[in-house]
Design a protein around this ligand. Structure first.
Ligand SMILES: [Zn+2]
Length: 375
């Protein structure tokens, strides 16, 4: 077994979003499920270690975000105390947008980012071996100047900076398996706010068919990160078999060649077939499968330095069961908690992924990776 730190605090529930898919019930339901499985709470397994997040400082948030965004988030949350409607951080109108703010949202966002730092300190200090930051708001759509897509600060990009600045780590990989592209993270890479050598692998529903509408296969990074962004743009209805193919042909070969010193996971669960916001077809066991593959690469790398952070996932049962499977596998706990019935993918979906998308990606990456050489 591995000691797994679970970062959580009720401040994450105080980011109140009202009738919005990204709401506090997501975490309430998850904590209930984890408690019933002895993955959290007083009767928990000894390999589960609760971690209390600290608050990120404004100076730390400035690694990835403009002073103006930080100040605006703070002020808008103050304003939310006195107005009778929801405040949005990402619209010109005060009434319409996608990223809701309430009085405690700014503080919750500081703790969500700080939870990454708490987890990293616990892993590097060997208090735990692996960790999951069960936080809200999520982060992977936010870029330097903009809160977007239900995200305020980019938790995972801030974690890369923390690893670099505090621990001097220089080779870090992000795997983003949320159904939406990690566009904020990729924007921060391209805008120069990631100092470390970073490999970013995002598996997401094709941008022609889903928010944010960017992060195509041929967007492969710039400058020192050229060839280090891998966008796997899955056809709608892609499911377990497609994910297996992506891991075998792209994700695992790239991680093996890159040899990261630390692995960060943007763990979003909206690829589940029951999710109301997306059109992918993953099952609970798809998340078990991905973690098993990631465990195999960690074994090859001979370290345990992995931190997952919660991004999306809007069907609460699918979300909480899939998180439980992820935590089980982080701990090398043998039995998956939950499996759904098998959902077959249509042949035209598999054909697009296998014969169009992956070969195109491999061809574009050929100059940068031994793993994708065509001979
Ligand atoms: Zn998402």
């Amino acid at each position: 077994m591995k000691k797994v730190g679970i970062v959580y605090n009720e401040i994450f529930l105080q980011h109140e979003t009202g009738a919005h898919p990204e709401n506090s019930e997501r975490l309430r339901g998850t904590i209930d499920t984890l408690t019933s499985l002895n993955f959290y709470g007083d009767g928990r397994y000894p390999w589960i270690i609760p971690l209390n997040p600290r608050k990120a400082t404004v100076e730390e948030i400035k690694w990835c975000h403009s002073p103006d965004l930080i100040q605006t988030a703070k002020i808008r949350c103050e304003e939310a105390k006195t107005v009778p409607y929801q405040i949005y951080l990402d619209s010109f109108s005060k009434r319409y947008g996608e990223t809701v703010a309430s009085p405690q949202s700014y503080v919750a966002a500081l703790y969500a980012a700080g939870g990454m730092f708490t987890a990293i300190d616990a892993i590097m200090g060997k208090k735990v071996e692996r960790a999951f930051n069960l936080c809200r708001p999520p982060g992977h759509h936010s870029d330097y100047a903009n809160a977007r897509g239900f995200c305020i600060f980019n938790n995972i990009a801030l974690a890369v900076n923390f690893l670099y600045h505090k621990y001097g780590l220089k080779k870090i990989a992000i795997v983003d398996f949320d159904a939406h592209a990690g566009n904020g993270t990729e924007d921060l890479i391209n805008q120069g706010y990631i100092p470390a050598d970073l490999l970013m692998i995002s598996l997401h529903q094709h941008p022609d068919t889903l928010y944010p509408g960017t992060c195509y296969v041929d967007e492969i990074g710039a400058g020192m990160h050229l060839g280090k962004i891998l966008n796997l743009t899955l056809a709608p209805s892609s499911g377990h078999e497609s994910i297996k193919y992506m891991f075998k042909t792209v994700v695992i070969p790239a991680l093996r060649e890159f040899q990261p010193e630390f692995l960060l996971i943007s763990a979003g669960y909206d690829g589940h077939h029951n999710d109301p916001l997306t059109n992918l077809g993953y099952m609970e066991q798809t998340y078990t499968y991905m973690m098993d593959e990631i465990n195999s690469i960690l074994k090859e790398l001979d370290h345990d330095r992995i931190l997952c952070t919660l991004e999306g996932g809007y069907d609460i049962t699918a979300l909480s069961h899939s998180i439980a499977n992820t935590i089980a596998r982080l701990g090398l706990y043998s039995s998956p908690f939950s499996e759904s019935s098998i959902i077959e993918e249509e042949q035209n979906v598999l054909n697009y992924n296998y014969e169009n998308m992956v070969p195109k990606l491999q061809k574009i990456l050929d100059p940068y990776w031994k793993s994708f050489k065509s001979e």
